[in-house]
Ligand binder design. Structure first.
Ligand code: GDD
Ligand code: MN
Length: 384
C-alpha cells in the first residue's frame, strides 16, 4: 500500500529538514513526501537540497501563484498524488505541530476500518490543542468548530475537529473538481461536499518547531465566506423562518392590541404563538431529516423552554446594557437578536435535533440506525 504525505508550505525553510528526517524514520517503505509550496523566500531551494539527501522520495510542486492559499495547495497535492496512483494521502502542516510519527497509525486506522477519511482530532480522547497559542486562538478554534458542526450536523456527526489540518484520505473518493478551496479549512470543504465514512484518531497539537503561524484575521474572514459558500447548510431556511416569525409576531401583537388587549398580555401571547409556529415550521422544513427516533413532544418542550428563557435573558441584557453602558436600545436590540439567532440555531442543531453518532459504514443513513443491536427499548427512549 502506497502513502503520499502532502505538506503545504509557505516560508517554512527552517522546518523542512527536521520534518523530512522524522517522516523518513516513521513511514513504511513505498511512501513519499510531496511539498506544495507557495513560499516567497528560499524554502523551495531548501526543499530541493533536503530532497537530494533524503532516504525517501521527496517531491516539490512550487506554485508561482498561491491560488486558494493553503487549501488550494492541498488540493493541488491531492491531484498530483491521485495522478501518481497512490492509495492514501496524508495531509499535514510543515511546522511539526502535527506529529509525523502518527502518520502510519492514521493510514492503518483507515485501512482497518474501511473509512475514507481519518481525521486527526485535538478534541477527542487523549487529543489536545495545547500548541494553539493563546486562549483566544483556542476559543476561536472551538467556536468555529461548533458552528461548522451545527451547520453540517449529519456530514460532521462523527467529526469532533473539522478545523484540523491533519488527516488521511483514501484517494479517489473525493471529486477534487467540485471543491472550492480557499483559506485554511480544506478538511471542512472536503467533508461538507462529499459523503464519506469518517473515523477519528486523537492527537496532541504540538508547538511550532521554527518560524511563526500564517493564520491571520483574513483567514477568519475567508472561513466565514467558506461557510456561506457551502450555503450555510441549514442556517438559511432557519433564518427565513425566524424572519417570518418576527413579522407574524408583530402582526399578532397589532391585531390583539386593536382588539383592545393590553400590550403586555398581547406581547406574551404573540411570543408564545410564534415560538410554536416557528417550531412547527422548523420541524417540517429545516430539521426534517433529523427527527428520527425522538418524540416531537420532547423536542417541543426543549425548544419552547430554550426560546422562552432566551427571550427573558435577552430582555434583561438589553435593559442592563442600555442603562449601564450604551444608551441606544435599537442598536443593542439588533445586536442581541443576531447573537440570539446564532445561539438558538446552535442549540437546536446540537441539542434538539442532535444526530446520533453512527458506525462509519452507516454514516448518512439514519434509517439504518435502528438496525444497530441495542437494548430492547422503545425508539423514543433509545437516543437519550
Ligand atoms: N502552500 C501554502 N500556501 N501553504 C500555506 C499557506 C499558503 O498560502 N498558508 C499556510 N501554509 C502552510 C504553512 O506553511 C504550514 O505548513 C501550514 O500551512 C499551516 O500553517 P500555520 O501557519 O502553521 O497555521 P496554524 O498552525 O496557525 O494553523 C494550523 O492549525 C489549525 C488548527 O487550529 C493549520 O493546520 C490549520 O489548517 C488548522 O485549522
Ligand atoms: Mn502551525
Amino acid at each position: 500500500m502506497s502513502v503520499t504525505v502532502v505538506v503545504p508550505t509557505y516560508n517554512e525553510g527552517p522546518n523542512v529538514a527536521e520534518l523530512v528526517r522524522r517522516l523518513a524514520a516513521t513511514l513504511p517503505d513505498g511512501s513519499d513526501v510531496l511539498f506544495v509550496d507557495d513560499s516567497r523566500d528560499d524554502t523551495p531551494q531548501i526543499i530541493s537540497d533536503v530532497a537530494a539527501r533524503a532516504p525517501l522520495p521527496v517531491r516539490l510542486i512550487h506554485r508561482p501563484e498561491a491560488v486558494g492559499g493553503l487549501s488550494g495547495a492541498v488540493v493541488e497535492g491531492l491531484r498530483a498524488a491521485e495522478a501518481a496512483g497512490t492509495d492514501w494521502v496524508v495531509v499535514m502542516d510543515g511546522d511539526l505541530q502535527h506529529p509525523p510519527e502518527l502518520v502510519p497509525a492514521l493510514v492503518e486506522r483507515g485501512r482497518a476500518s474501511d473509512a475514507d477519511v481519518v481525521v486527526a482530532s485535538r478534541y477527542t480522547g487523549a487529543g489536545d490543542a495545547g500548541g494553539l497559542d493563546g486562549r483566544r486562538r483556542k476559543l476561536v478554534s472551538k467556536v468555529s468548530g461548533l458552528l461548522a458542526r451545527s451547520m453540517f450536523p449529519v456530514r460532521l456527526r462523527n467529526v469532533t475537529d473539522p478545523m484540523t489540518g491533519f488527516f488521511a484520505l483514501r484517494t479517489g473518493r473525493v471529486d477534487l473538481d467540485a471543491l472550492r478551496p480557499r483559506g485554511f479549512k480544506i478538511l471542512l470543504e472536503v467533508l461538507a461536499r462529499t459523503r464519506l465514512a469518517v473515523v477519528e484518531e486523537p492527537f496532541v497539537f504540538g508547538e511550532r518547531y521554527a518560524g511563526e503561524s500564517k493564520a491571520s484575521f483574513a483567514n477568519g474572514v475567508r472561513y466565514v465566506q467558506q461557510l456561506w459558500g457551502l450555503r450555510f447548510g441549514r442556517l438559511s431556511p432557519f433564518a427565513v423562518i425566524g424572519a417570518l416569525g418576527a413579522v407574524l409576531n408583530l402582526l399578532i401583537l397589532w391585531a390583539l392590541q386593536s382588539a383592545g388587549v393590553h400590550y403586555l398580555p398581547a406581547v406574551i401571547a404573540s411570543n408564545g404563538l410564534t415560538i410554536v409556529t416557528n417550531f412547527l415550521l422548523q420541524e417540517r422544513f429545516v430539521f426534517r431529516d433529523l427527527r428520527d427516533g425522538g418524540s416531537m413532544g420532547r423536542r417541543f418542550v426543549q425548544s419552547f423552554a430554550f426560546n422562552g428563557t432566551e427571550a427573558v435573558i435577552r430582555t434583561l441584557l438589553l435593559w442592563w446594557i442600555v442603562e449601564a453602558a450604551f444608551p441606544h436600545p435599537e442598536l443593542v436590540q439588533a445586536g442581541l437578536i443576531l447573537v440570539a439567532f446564532l445561539v438558538r440555531f446552535v442549540f437546536h442543531a446540537q441539542v434538539v435535533y442532535k444526530p446520533r453518532r453512527t458506525a462509519p459504514a452507516l454514516d448518512e443513513m439514519p434509517s439504518l440506525d435502528t438496525l444497530r443491536p441495542v437494548r430492547p427499548v422503545r425508539p423514543e427512549a433509545e437516543e437519550r
